[in-house]
Write a protein that binds this ligand. Structure first.
Ligand code: R5P
Length: 297
């Protein structure tokens, strides 16, 4: 087995290697002045089960497209160098939200990403908490391993909620299954009932609508669960609805903290007791008070 960590994902890859008690495999990446690059393994991979970790968010001096391209080319190079199987480990998988046509002639980008994985000979994909599991499994026809974030969040919140009534809230109906996984895991860990609530949300042309709120949050600790935080708008809407409906305390848990423009408002709003994300995306866009208030599991 060899595990490679591409530039920009090295710290995460090193953590994974340490857990596995192995050293990261050696490779080189060179950038050229025309914007192209070259990456190759610096060790023999013939017959190896090779894993390449690269988290596919953009913004840290590069873009999601750059990262995707580097992952594809390096995996292709490993196959050409004789690796028996190449697994792409993308803790955050870009374009997972563009999994269907919402307008005439829309691209189904998730499928195109999957087709490019197939084209370079990637034999397996591992990712964490994708936007829509069914769409992901439909698009990626090679074997895939989807790691849910629910056990991580349940283990984090269970000790904090031993005696208080709690409710897990989905900020949209599309995320109801994800929230249900967290609710079940939390209920079983704390050995006491946890209820469910969800909010209506429709997005069209960048405009978000829907005000229906179902479920009882009054006097309870509410944990709003989502796959990712981008602008933070989705969590803010849900938190305001929870506050209006009488929640005693509000927490947010999202697998991927992208924190694009405006996400500081989440921290400044004074609505959240805590905001928790996993380590799939480093919180490089947050600074100062916002960064200090974020919990990265
Ligand atoms: C959308 O359906 C996703 O599950 C997230 O709720 C959404 O992408 C979060 O984006 P934002 O933080 O910009 O509202």
């Amino acid at each position: 087995l060899s595990l490679f960590g591409l530039h920009g994902s090295r710290p995460l890859a090193e953590q994974v290697a340490a857990r596995l008690e192995i050293a990261l495999a050696a490779h080189e990446e060179r950038d050229f002045e025309d914007g192209e690059h070259k990456a190759r393994p610096l060790q023999d991979v013939r017959g190896h089960d090779a894993f390449v970790l690269h988290t596919l968010h953009g913004g840290e001096g590069d873009s999601a497209n750059d990262r995707l391209c580097r992952l594809l080319f390096f995996c292709g190079a490993l196959r050409d160098a004789g690796a028996a199987r190449v697994t792409a480990v993308a803790p955050y998988l870009c374009y997972a939200r563009k999994d269907r046509r919402t307008k005439t002639n829309d691209p189904v980008t998730t499928r195109y990403v999957a087709a490019m994985f197939e084209a370079v000979g990637i034999g397996q994909v591992i990712t964490l908490e994708v936007h829509n599991l069914a769409a992901f499994e439909n698009a990626f026809r090679c074997p895939s391993l989807h790691v849910p974030a629910a056990p991580l969040f349940a283990a984090h919140f269970a000790p904090l909620l031993r005696r208080v009534p709690a409710v897990v809230v989905s900020p949209d109906t599309g995320g109801a299954k994800r929230a249900e996984q967290v609710r079940e895991a939390l209920e079983s860990l704390r050995g006491a009932p946890v209820s469910a609530a969800f909010m209506e949300k429709h997005r069209s042309g960048g405009v978000v609508t829907g005000t229906l709120f179902a479920g009882d949050v009054r006097g309870r600790v509410a944990i709003i669960v989502d796959d990712l935080i981008s602008t933070g708008g989705t969590l803010l809407r849900a938190a305001r609805a929870c506050r209006e409906a009488g929640a005693a305390e509000i927490h947010a848990a999202a697998a991927h903290g992208l924190f694009t423009g405006g996400a500081e408002d989440l921290f400044a709003a004074g609505l959240f007791e805590s905001i928790v994300v996993s380590s799939t995306v480093p919180p490089f866009r947050l600074a100062g008070a916002a960064r200090a208030r974020l919990t990265v599991l």
